[in-house]
Design a protein around this ligand. Structure first.
Ligand code: FAD
Length: 435
């Protein structure tokens, strides 16, 4: 019987490469460094500069329902035909995306939807409390705001709002249905169009997603983690146990580690293909528009406000209001269409009475951004030990919820690497479901 050389080494000598410095990779790196491993975080761009940079900053633990929903079937044609609508599919990308859409449609089956909902609920349950612990340790609690969030409705058909209310309550979400007067008490700057809202009381937001990534990465560095800017081209696990287990090839170097975690978000497909795993991932591109606010004036919002009809969200952040949303299927490398970001401002005029540009002549600075959500057709991430490579782990595919599920994913990867019992059942997140 052979002895695993990695088990003989003390953890302080054991090395881990975490590939991808988005919010997922950073959380994995921080957790593993805290557990005593010597972690190297690698990224082709820098820390937090991928999809984790310009997102809506919403710790959206109420979003427990998979995106594949049968009502989308009849809405899709209308949605897709409008080039500036909330969902767009580029004609060039259409054929490539067909296999992903076939699997997406398959996941609309009620039995799969129910199963996937349970898996998302389990991940989201303690997602915020894990961040609170980390941010307390990092002295950065100011980065998280626990004000809840609102889903606002322009419709005056109360039955539609009540149905949505019951849907969330049925999934165990803390939510209150508010009429217009009650809604305005929470957010006085909401437009006259708003008739009802759902108030999610247990959710949170960050005032700066990039600062959150950088703060957690700095905290990991203070514990000994190192960061290396490098594009990883290939990963292999050696067949023998006589040395380090994993070779990570970058454009310049060949590096050896005991373990490796792949957390490359929407760019993960090629690295996994090199290891013989199929990953049906789509870049679900989304846009945001950040509007500078007049800090001297009354705050325009206190918490994230999402529009049920217009399908976007407005989050108050540090010195800005960030409008975010939309889904565009155009592949990883197509140029951004920033008209989709500008369109968010047109929609915001129906949700807010006052926009930053009306607040003062100084508040006119705007910044558009596009990010690639790493989306799998069942709306579940992949969080697992690679089935045929015991030194390699995957933490990717967190679609619309990567910020929300970052800290819990780091925790689970720590438990998998140390072979401890995971705090939730991770079997629904194994890559074997696609292989
Ligand atoms: C408009 C918009 C709004 C959103 N709002 C929210 C929200 O409110 N709440 C929420 O929970 N989620 C939200 N999301 C989703 C969230 O942003 C993503 O799920 C999350 O950022 C994914 O994190 P990640 O670490 O997996 O990927 P990324 O942040 O994209 O990180 C992956 C990293 O891997 C690096 N990389 C890739 N390939 C290689 C390689 N070969 N070698 C080295 N490095 C590599 C990249 O450079 C990148 O830095 C939103 C997304 C968008 C687009």
């Amino acid at each position: 019987m052979y002895t695993d050389i990695n088990q003989k080494k003390d953890k302080k000598q054991q090395t881990v490469a975490v590939i991808g410095a988005g919010i997922i990779g950073i959380n994995c790196a921080l957790e593993l460094q805290s557990l005593g491993y010597q972690v190297t975080l690698l990224d082709k761009e820098g820390i937090g500069l991928g999809c984790s940079k310009g997102n809506a900053g919403h710790f959206a633990t109420e979003q427990v329902f998979p995106l594949a929903e049968s009502s989308l079937l009849w809405q899709m044609p209308k949605l897709l035909l409008d080039p500036l609508g909330p969902v767009s599919l580029s004609a060039k990308h259409f054929v490539k995306a067909i296999p992903w859409f076939m699997q997406f449609f398959n996941n609309m089956r009620p039995s799969l939807r129910a199963k996937n909902t349970l898996a998302i609920q389990a991940l989201n349950k303690n997602a915020i409390s894990h961040y609170q612990i980390l941010l307390k340790k990092a002295n950065a609690e100011h980065l998280i705001s626990m004000q809840g969030s609102l889903l606002v409705f322009e419709t005056n058909e109360i039955s539609k709002v009540e149905a949505m209310h019951q849907h969330y309550q049925g999934a165990g979400i803390s939510v209150t249905l508010l009429d217009r007067t009650e809604t305005l008490k929470l957010e006085p700057n909401l437009h006259d169009n708003i008739n009802y809202s759902l108030f999610f009381t247990d959710v949170a937001h960050t005032i700066d997603p990039l600062a959150l990534s950088r703060t957690l990465a700095d905290f990991a560095k203070s514990k000994g983690m190192t960061f290396q800017q490098a594009a990883v081209t290939n990963i292999t696990q050696s067949a023998s146990n006589n040395g380090n287990g994993v070779t990570v090839k970058t454009e310049q170097d060949s590096l050896s580690f005991d373990y490796c975690v792949v957390a490359c978000g929407a760019w993960s497909k090629e690295l996994l293909k090199g290891l013989n795993y199929h990953l049906p991932i789509e870049a679900e591109r989304g846009y945001s528009l950040s509007l500078a606010v007049n800090e001297q004036a009354v705050p325009l919002l206190s918490r994230p406000v999402a529009s049920a009809e217009r399908r976007f969200i407005i989050t108050p952040m540090d010195k800005i209001l960030r409008l975010a949303g939309t889904v565009e299927y155009a592949g990883l490398n197509a140029p951004a269409n920033y008209r989709r970001a500008e369109m968010l401002k047109e929609n915001a005029r129906f949700i807010l009475k006052t926009l930053p540009e009306q607040q003062s002549e100084h508040a006119t600075k705007e910044e558009s951004w596009m990010g690639c959500r790493p989306s799998l057709p069942d709306s579940l991430p992949v969080i697992c030990q690679a089935p045929n490579h015991d030194k390699i782990f995957f933490a990717l595919g967190h679609q619309h919820l990567g910020l929300t599920q970052g800290a819990i994913t780091g925790k689970l990867i720590g438990q998998l690497v140390t072979k401890k019992k995971t705090e939730i059942d991770v079997s629904p997140f194994c890559i074997s479901r696609f292989n």
